[in-house]
Design a protein around this ligand. Structure first.
Ligand SMILES: NC(=O)C1=CN([C@@H]2O[C@H](COP(=O)(O)OP(=O)(O)OC[C@H]3O[C@@H](n4cnc5c(N)ncnc54)[C@H](O)[C@@H]3O)[C@@H](O)[C@H]2O)C=CC1
Ligand SMILES: CC(=O)C(=O)O
Ligand SMILES: [Mg+2]
Length: 358
């Protein structure tokens, strides 16, 4: 099969969907790997490394014309014209938060498989997980940074100091992002509380964190009562495929501590605070009613050398299966991969995504 690896053009996005080692594996399987010129540069993988792996360096149109197009981020407006019914698209899509992209995929009758809704035999999200791990860790970094005065914060050190209490960090959603964020925050000596709606997950978190973090069962609704003494709130909830539930309204902002920081990692699914809107690494934060919001929708793009490798580790087995079996057969054999199918032949094929547009 011809597999295209396209260059990311979203602002400050430096990841690429396939490493040179991944290209080598696909070439050994007998496939043609077409890498768009410069696609790996931001991740420290020059064109020559792909060529040494047996891939061919091509222009934009040729990479997008492959039978299977692998990407990292959802296509942005400048890429809609490159979408076609003849190419299967395999990438993050987050369609519930992106009506224009959904329409472009439907209009172009694209077969689009979203990394974030592929499920494995443990019921987990194997292609979201590696980037959630990275984003969760980065959320703790962002918390430390944007609490500092030179970055617009109230001037608090996350871990406090001997004799001075640490900052209070509340994490909404104790899944992959939430667990990684909480672990790093605990490691930096913050006072950490995690809320989750799943009683099963609450018990796992309690077991995992012991006395190092407080774990609370959430009823799933508005979270303001649990957030009034937080210095940092990290939004890390997910209902796969669906738009994120809104857990704080604009009116709630006035009830938060002065100088509180909101980090909405769930922004790629539309965000879990009413006042969240996507930001980029070039301008990561903005202030609403005195509350700083950090809402970068591609956080792992800040650490491309780490993220690209972590992502390929997870996606490569799926790319090999899609290319080796053919897309129809691969989808037929693996119901978890079929959960990744978001659009095909002009219709939305994922229930939660479809529900977001009803
Ligand atoms: N901004 C970025 O760069 C990135 C964003 N993400 C996003 O982060 C979000 C979280 O992803 P994961 O941790 O992998 O998901 P996950 O599925 O591992 O965890 C989500 C957790 O939220 C809980 N939950 C659901 N509704 C809730 C509610 N109303 N209140 C409290 N808890 C609730 C679930 O029980 C689950 O434990 C997703 O939207 C994902 O796409 C992931 C990676 C990068
Ligand atoms: C998951 C996602 O949207 C990202 O890694 O950018
Ligand atoms: Mg988007």
């Amino acid at each position: 099969m011809r597999i295209g690896v396209v260059r990311e053009i979203k602002p400050a996005e430096r990841r690429v969907a396939l490493t040179d080692a991944g290209a080598r594996a696909l070439v050994a399987d007998g496939h043609d790997v077409l890498v768009e010129r410069g696609a790996g540069a931001g991740s420290g993988i020059p064109d020559e490394d792909y060529e040494r792996a047996g891939a061919k360096i091509v222009g934009t149109d040729d990479a997008w014309a492959a039978e299977l197009v692998v990407k990292v981020k959802e296509p942005v407006a400048g890429e809609y014209d490159l979408l076609s019914e003849e190419s299967v698209l395999f990438t993050y899509l987050h369609l519930a938060a992106d009506r224009p992209l959904t329409q472009a995929l439907l209009d172009n009758r694209v077969t689009a498989i979203a990394y974030e809704t592929v499920v494995d035999d443990r019921g987990e999200l194997p292609l979201l997980k590696p980037m959630s791990e990275v984003a969760g860790r980065l959320a703790a970094h962002a918390a430390g940074q944007y609490l500092m005065h030179p970055y617009g914060g109230p001037g608090l050190l996350l871990g406090g100091s001997p004799g001075v209490p640490p900052a209070k960090v509340t994490v909404l959603g104790g899944g992959v992002v939430g667990t990684q964020a909480a672990s790093l925050a605990v490691g930096m000596r913050a006072d950490v509380t995690i809320l989750d709606t799943s009683s099963h997950r609450v018990r796992e978190l309690e077991e995992h964190f012991g006395s190092s973090a407080q774990v609370l069962q959430s009823a799933g609704g508005p979270a303001i009562t649990a957030l009034q003494d937080a210095d940092v709130v990290i939004g890390a909830v997910l209902v796969p495929g669906a738009a994120a539930p809104k857990l704080l309204t604009r009116g709630d902002l006035g009830l938060l501590k002065p100088g509180a920081l909101l980090i909405d990692v769930a922004i790629d699914q539309g965000g879990c605070f009413e006042t969240s809107r996507p930001t980029t690494h070039d301008a990561p934060t903005y202030v609403v009613d005195g509350t700083t919001h950090y809402c970068v929708a591609n956080m792992p793009g800040a650490v491309p050398r780490t993220s690209t490798r972590a992502l390929t580790n997870a996606t490569l087995p799926y790319v090999r299966r899609l290319a080796g079996l053919g897309v129809d057969e691969a989808l037929e054999r693996d119901p978890g991969l079929r959960s990744g199918l978001n659009t095909r032949a002009g219709t939305i094929t994922h229930q939660a995504v479809a529900a977001a547009f009803r």
